[in-house]
Design a protein around this ligand. Structure first.
Ligand code: TRP
Ligand code: ZN
Length: 870
């Protein structure tokens, strides 16, 4: 075990900074191993009588001066993480010169090199690897930056803000000077230098200003930026219309890089993207890629207001920018792709990633109260649950008041580093109401359980809803209080028609904020079916005391498409987790699906979603203790049975959905492709029991051979996974040969194989890790194998423990040079207590191996330690 346990940072210890830095001048003389960074910081004292303590890591200090006077070695003190100067005036200019080594920086944090280019990643605390600074988000400064490098190899020299000057610097070098007029925290600083192709366009803002838009990509790839550019312009327009937010600089740039720890970064005026979330064309990107590109481009752009103009006081407030920005990008995606399907996908993601996190040892409030490494808190809880809280506030106050509250928030906090209290205060300001109870959603961890028992009184024509809520204890929070839960609901007849109540209403909203309550509805003509939590109006686990026939009624006709899908998922969960499900229920479920598939009023995208059975990890959350092998076997069995029962419908619809000749990435076309691929998957799920295996093999192989886009190729390979053997291998081989020079597609090739739910996968993954194209130093490639594998429930949880051993080995390997990325894969091991034997003991052993490793990073140590503590 580690003994040098690092001290956590605590929210209650927050103190305003002792010094401010109104102006920052940076000069970069770029060289791969010896980059010189000169910083001139105009500083002003805010607290009397304290020394100046600057943060800095991995910096070689060359010179430090105050107001032009170089300091003697005795006048300052340098540690591995700080530079302290005991005596400084109240107002002064601090000059430092440091040397750094970008080419040796494999943490991908600070200034590093990717494909021969310089680039930066400063959020959360990477700026301190570039120069000595007050690296905290409440220190806002105006930046002027000069970048110098050899002209031939680094023709583009980019930083934040406006380009002021370019010129020759002798010796084949050139320079550029950039000025960002907006005050910003240092985590939004960015610099890129290198050879890049640019895709250009422009956007005229609502006040008539023309903004130049430039997307920089690998040479030869400019056309693959067209979709991202289109998404950017739509985002800019939408933010003006939906939030009244206008872009503020004359230039907006995005750079795509291949080596990146996360998805993308909102640096002021110079977003940096993981290339996998930016480049797209039909041959190499799936519809899911297009969808994610659209949403991430929007997300980073929206940060310009929610994050940059109004930033965070400290990192505990991270969800102030992330939760709000996710909520904003979800609204954008819904507007582009359809409310219902967008909501279903968001909830599916919330349940897949946030619910498990919130029920295990890594559970934390949306506003945590302490952390060791803030990098570990870029979690589904902060992003996705944070977004849900904003959504609940909007549901509660209504769309119009929500807009007023947000206008108030942006106006009142522009140019400042704000807190969640400031955000919630804007809702009070425009409504005059107290929102203190809503703030509790940020403070209390754990997913509330909501239980509803409906009771109908035929004589009084009333329906009483007996409501109960409970949140189980989470680490550090044994006692929970009741939270305000907005419940949007309606009533249905047994055949799924709307049933009015309370004098003709078809839908209502009730905010339930006590431990128990009774809600009485009047004028209810007959015994109704309850449709509660419509549009998933709160991030809770809902159970209703009702006969199974009610769920069927909602599948048949709930006016709320979300609840229609939800009811089908619930039925499927029941049928899978029941070792001997009622044959009549299986038949009825198949019939209900059949009706949906043949319902012309439903969109293909929705049909694809309703056909997708709950995932194995989704099902695991309903089982105690979890038996991954049982879940897998039962899910496969139900799918095979549905395949048989729906084979005629599936085949007819599949044949009707022949793809059009020209590709369009729009939501309608993508929906048809996803439905067609879902049908193919359903058909092939019957392979093992089929008496015409050659016909099914032909169908899947023809799908592959005739695919004209990446979505259909991937769909075919997934279908071939049901067949395995030669047909599967042939497709993989041909895919590899075809795309061997396309790194982003080879990532998919690794991920597809690692995600294949077949016992053979374990061996395959072992051999893929020695494949010449495997590279643990490139996070995209590493994740494509290791993350996809760790998410492959039945294979990862092999009773031999080999899956855990593989993950452990990989985490420890990557931890030696990129702790931030390594730590993100600790989570799959963390919930070991919920599993049955032998899984639980083997997972614990894997975690113990990790924590016993010498020189473990703080990142991995924090998460693995918490996981073992429970
Ligand atoms: N702020 C980024 C976003 O959500 C997230 C991010 C990108 C990030 N790179 C990072 C967070 C590196 C921590 C470290 O849009
Ligand atoms: Zn973000």
């Amino acid at each position: 075990m580690r003994t040098d346990t690092p001290q956590p940072v605590r929210l209650v210890d927050y103190k305003a900074p002792d010094f401010s830095i109104p102006d920052t001048e940076l000069d970069f003389a770029l060289a791969p191993e010896t980059t010189r960074v000169t910083a001139r910081l105009r500083m002003e004292r805010q607290t009397a009588g304290v020394p100046l303590v600057l943060m800095g890591e991995r910096l070689k200090l060359i010179r430090v001066a105050i107001d032009g006077r170089a300091l003697e070695a005795t006048e300052y003190q340098v540690t591995a993480e700080t530079l302290t100067i005991a005596n400084v005036p109240d107002a002064f200019v601090l000059e430092t010169e440091v040397e750094i080594n970008p080419s040796d920086n494999k943490t991908l944090e600070g200034l590093y090199m990717s494909s021969g280019r310089y680039c930066t990643q400063c959020e959360a605390e990477g700026f301190r690897k570039i120069t000595y600074f007050l690296d905290r988000p409440d220190v806002l400064s105006r930046y002027r930056v000069r970048v110098e490098a050899p002209k031939a190899a680094f023709p583009h020299l980019l930083s934040n803000g406006n380009l002021i000057e370019t010129g020759e610097a002798g010796d084949g070098r050139h320079f550029a000077r950039w000025e960002d007029p907006f005050f910003k925290p240092c985590y939004l600083f960015a610099l890129v230098a290198g050879e890049l192709d640019v895709f250009e366009d422009s956007f005229t803002t609502m006040s008539g200003r023309k903004v130049d838009l430039r997307i920089f990509v690998d040479t030869g790839m400019a056309q693959r930026a067209a979709y991202a550019m289109d998404a950017l312009k739509r985002s800019m327009k939408w933010d003006e219309e939906a939030y009244g937010r206008e872009y503020d600089l004359d230039l907006f740039m995005i750079v795509a890089v291949r080596d990146f720890n996360f998805g993308a970064m909102e640096n002021k005026g110079l977003n940096i993207f993981n290339a996998s979330l930016l480049l797209a064309d039909p041959a190499t990107a799936t519809d899911l890629d297009y969808e994610r590109i659209e949403s991430v481009v929007a997300h980073e752009y929206f940060h310009n207001w929610s994050g940059n103009r109004v930033t965070c006081r400290d990192w505990f407030q991270l969800c102030l920018k992330e939760g709000l920005t996710v909520y904003r990008d979800q609204g954008f995606s819904a507007s582009q792709r359809g409310e219902a399907t967008a909501r279903i996908k968001d909830v599916r993601a919330l349940r897949a990633r946030q619910f498990p996190e919130d029920s295990g040892p890594l559970s934390h409030p949306v506003r945590p109260s302490s952390y060791v490494k803030i990098d570990n808190f870029y979690t589904a809880t902060i992003y996705e649950k944070g977004a849900e809280i904003v959504g609940m506030l909007r549901t509660f106050v209504g769309a119009e008041t929500y807009r007023k509250a947000l206008d108030h928030y942006f106006a009142a906090n522009d140019g400042t580093a704000a807190t969640l209290e400031d955000f919630v205060a804007s809702f009070s300001a425009v409504t005059g109401k107290d929102f203190a109870s809503w703030l509790q959603w940020y403070v209390q961890a754990g997913t509330p359980r909501l239980h509803i028992r409906p009771e109908y009184d035929a004589t009084a024509k009333t329906l009483t809803l007996h409501l109960r809520q409970q949140t189980l204890p989470t680490p550090g929070q044994p006692d929970k209080i009741a939270l305000p839960i907005p419940i949007r609901f309606g009533l249905l007849t047994e055949d799924g028609k709307p049933m009015p109540f309370d004098g003709g209403k078809t839908e209502a909203l009730h905010v339930f904020d006590t431990e128990t309550a009774e809600l009485v509805l009047h004028d209810v003509a007959g015994a109704p079916v309850l449709s509660a939590l419509r549009h998933f109006s709160a991030p809770v686990i809902l159970t209703i005391d009702e006969p199974v026939s009610h769920a069927f009624a909602r599948v048949r006709g709930d006016a709320d498409p979300f609840n229609r899908w939800e009811a089908a998922q619930g039925l499927a969960r029941g049928l899978i987790l029941d070792a001997k499900p009622d044959a009549a229920h299986v038949a009825a479920f198949a019939e209900a699906l059949d009706a949906c598939l043949n319902d012309d009023r439903l969109e293909p995208a929705f049909k694809a979603l309703i056909l997708a059975l709950p995932t194995e990890s989704d099902l695991a959350q309903m089982m105690n203790p979890i038996d991954p092998a049982f879940i897998h076997a039962r899910r496969v069995a139900l799918k095979a049975e549905l395949s048989q029962r729906l084979s005629v419908t599936a085949r007819t619809l599949y044949d009707q959905l022949d793809p059009p000749l020209t590709f369009s990435p729009d939501a309608g076309a993508a929906g048809r492709r996803s439905f067609r691929n879902a049908l193919l998957d359903l058909i092939l799920a019957g392979f093992a029991h089929s008496d015409d295996k050659p016909a099914l093999t032909n169908l899947a192989e023809a799908h592959f051979a005739r695919a004209t886009n990446m979505t259909d190729m991937v769909g075919a390979i997934q279908a071939l996974m049901h067949i395995q053997g030669l047909p599967y291998q042939r497709a993989l081989d041909s895919f590899y040969l075809h795309f061997r020079n396309e790194p982003l597609v080879i990532d998919k090739w690794f991920a597809l194989q690692a995600g294949c739910p077949h016992p053979e996968t374990l061996k395959r993954v072992e051999s893929l890790k020695t494949h010449p194209d495997f590279d643990a130093r490139t996070p995209n490639r590493w994740r494509s194998l290791v993350q996809a594998f760790a998410g492959n429930q039945s294979v990862f949880h092999d009773p031999s423990g080999e899956g855990y051993a593989f993950l452990t080995e990989q985490i420890l390997k990557v931890d030696t040079f990129n702790p931030m990325t390594a730590a993100r894969l600790v989570e799959p091991l963390s919930r070991f207590r919920f599993y049955s034997e032998p899984y639980t003991g083997l997972m614990r052993k894997a975690l113990e191996t990790i924590t016993a490793t010498p020189k473990l990073s703080k990142n991995v140590a924090e998460l693995a330690g918490k996981a073992l503590e429970g």
